[in-house]
Design a protein around this ligand. Structure first.
Ligand code: OSB
Ligand code: MG
Length: 377
């Protein structure tokens, strides 16, 4: 059994420009601000985490500022100088803090990384992964049809297995159908980020004949009953993203059939421990899962990829190469998608570390706890 005593930690607030803006009907992301976590245990084992909250609350309520505050004031004090034998014990300790799931996930991840290093196993094997090669999909935020065609063609040539497009009430289902027909070997997903409402159901229904594998989060996260009513009338399965913040939400989705598939994002559900509970449910109830992205750096991506090795993951996730959104990744080694495949590490742990030289270049602020490991205390 591993005994982990966290003796020091570091937290970095960084801001990195995107190669080009990522635009949805809700927000245009031009720079990615994130919180990066590093923890060390008494033996000197280092664990990494990444908080995927955005600068403003356009996707979920949490932001970089609220997550920083939550980690500094309430969460890190529950970790520092404490001893754990398993990462799930930290979740139990953190249950005294409501919500703040993305903040919690970043600490949960750092502890899982340390735990799997101490167990001398790659994280994906430790959690029960069954495959080392992960099929990669990619998200396109272009909406001009000619640009879309060029981009999809380029990505298909790169070997990506699946393309996800952002849609809203003003997108064009006829054009989308033409696009889908031109690439018979690619799977297409459409993500609405909750753009539809009871007044636009007739528009959503036009997407049923497009040939999409699934439609992601058609309605807002507080319209799950409406989602169930409309899902019953459409053949294209809905995959819920924003609606699923916990195991309990996943269970409810399955009972009410507000969606048929879950987009798993560990940050959104509070970390790997909660995500594994959802995976267990998915196994029992035969719910297909796939892994969503958050325009994240390599640490979050590596946790996503480890999760994607589990048996209930049925579709390619949002796994773009490290250089898709950014000039350089802040994690090392950078994620390499080759011919549409991301291959998992055989190293113990999650398999990546933060690149401190690069972090320095993009740093806004940092917080350090017990920098010098205390020996003999
Ligand atoms: O809704 O899936 C989403 C990016 C940021 C916030 C929300 C979402 C997204 C994406 C995935 O669509 C982008 C990626 O590949 O990282
Ligand atoms: Mg989504």
């Amino acid at each position: 059994m591993a005994t982990i005593q966290i003796i020091s930690a570091k937290m970095f607030h960084v801001k990195v420009p995107l190669k080009k803006p990522f635009t949805t009907h809700l927000q245009s992301v031009e720079e990615r601000e994130s919180i990066l976590i590093e923890m060390m245990d008494a033996d000197g084992t280092i664990g990494v985490g990444e908080c995927v909250a955005f600068t403003s609350p356009w996707y979920t309520e949490e932001t970089v500022s609220t997550a920083w505050l939550a980690i500094e004031q309430w969460l890190m004090p529950l970790v520092l100088n404490e001893t754990f034998t398993h990462p799930n014990e930290l979740d139990h300790a953190m249950s005294s803090v409501k919500g703040n799931r993305m903040a919690k996930a970043s600490l949960n991840h750092a502890l899982w990384d340390i735990y799997s290093k101490k167990m001398i196993q790659p994280l994906w094997k430790l959690i029960g992964g069954v495959r080392r090669d992960i099929e990669a999909g990619v998200v396109i935020a272009e909406n001009n049809f000619t640009d879309l065609l060029t981009k999809v063609d380029e990505l298909a040539t790169d070997g990506y297995k699946r393309v996800k497009l952002k849609i809203s009430t003003t997108s064009n289902p006829t054009e989308l159908k033409e696009l889908v027909n031109r690439f018979p070997n690619l799977q297409f997903f459409a993500d609405a980020n909750g753009a539809f409402s009871k007044d636009s159901i007739h528009i959503l229904k036009q997407y049923d004949d497009v040939g999409l594998t699934l439609i992601e989060q058609p309605f807002s996260e507080d319209e799950n009953l409406l989602s169930a009513q409309v899902q019953a009338t459409m053949k294209t399965p809905f995959a819920l993203d924003e609606s699923i913040t916990s195991y309990s939400d996943a269970k409810q989705m399955n009972k009410e059939q507000s969606g048929k598939i879950i987009v798993l994002k560990q940050g959104r559900v509070g970390g790997l421990s909660e995500a594994l509970k959802i995976h267990q449910l998915a196994m029992e109830e035969n719910i297909p899962l796939w892994i969503g992205g958050m325009i994240e750096f390599g640490v979050s991506k590596a946790f996503n990829a480890a999760f994607a090795s589990l048996p209930s993951i049925k579709y390619p996730g949002d796994f773009s190469s490290a250089d898709y959104f950014f000039e350089q990744d802040l994690a090392t080694p950078a994620v390499q998608v080759q011919n549409g495949i991301y291959s998992l590490t055989n190293e113990p742990g999650v398999g990546v570390l933060w690149n401190h030289e690069l972090i320095e270049q993009f740093l806004i602020k940092k917080q350090v706890w017990n920098e010098k490991p205390r020996k003999g205390t």
